[in-house]
Design a protein around this ligand. Structure first.
Ligand SMILES: [Zn+2]
Length: 237
């Protein structure tokens, strides 16, 4: 059972099947759409004169590390000031395990403890030479932060284009054990999350796919807000 949730609830009718939507043993897959209301830049934005999209390409870190780290500092500071919205908070309150494509850290900021960040995060820097992981504050102290262990130039803690996503085996375990899947703010176009979704489809567990207005839908679907006959989930496919 797949429920598409779009438009702004409350709306005019109740989807009768939604009453069977499970409230426990859910797993959530989230993407950029869940953070829109928190005011984060998108990959199409420019940050410090650099297109955000280009920071995910490995060559900028090799060829223009000064410019790349300058943009990194601007972004990391800006994103540290952002706050989780009602969608992040609702997932945290319900203690739902989260598999996210986001690097913004807002699920952890909301208090979620079981979070798989498939694409890494902005909180950390990594050393490709020795495998060390360090807090991104090292980039505040040096223009080109070096690994405290081996002295090599560090790189951002998020996954660059062409690299493997992280913790996909554990994510697969979670989806395999879930009794329901909540997809929020992602079109599932990228391979690993699409595969996770397909696993849930094959298992025939109910899936709610929140396309927009995540800050309204997520608390709703988790039974934390509203209820009554204002609940609306258009279209079951
Ligand atoms: Zn190192």
């Amino acid at each position: 059972m797949l429920y598409y949730c779009s438009g702004k609830p409350p709306a005019k009718r109740v989807h009768r099947h939604l009453w069977t939507w499970p409230k426990s043993h859910l797993v959530a897959i989230t993407g950029a759409g869940i953070s829109v209301e928190s005011g984060l830049p998108t990959v199409d934005d420019m940050v410090a004169g650099v297109p955000l999209r280009s920071l995910f390409q490995p060559n900028i870190w090799r060829e223009q590390p000064l410019e790349a780290f300058h943009a990194f500092r601007v972004i990391a500071r800006e994103w540290q000031r952002k706050r989780p919205n009602r969608a992040h908070l609702a997932l945290a309150q319900a203690e739902i395990p989260i598999i996210t494509q986001n690097i913004d850290g807002l699920h952890r900021a909301a208090g979620s403890t079981r979070v798989i960040e498939l694409h890494g995060n902005l909180r950390e820097l990594r050393c490709d030479a020795c495998g060390g992981i360090f807090q991104s504050e090292l980039a505040w102290r040096e223009q080109l932060p070096k690994c405290p262990t081996c002295g090599e130039l560090l790189r951002p803690g998020f996954v660059l284009e062409g690299e493997e996503v992280r913790h996909i085996a554990r994510a697969l375990d979670w989806v395999t054990e879930a009794r329901g899947l909540l997809v929020v703010g992602t079109e599932l176009q990228m391979t690993p999350v699409r595969e996770l979704y397909e696993v849930a489809r094959r298992r025939n567990v109910p899936i709610a796919w929140v396309r927009d207005h995540a800050e309204d839908w997520v608390p709703y679907l988790l039974g934390q807000e509203g209820g009554s006959d204002s609940l609306f989930c258009p279209g079951e496919v």
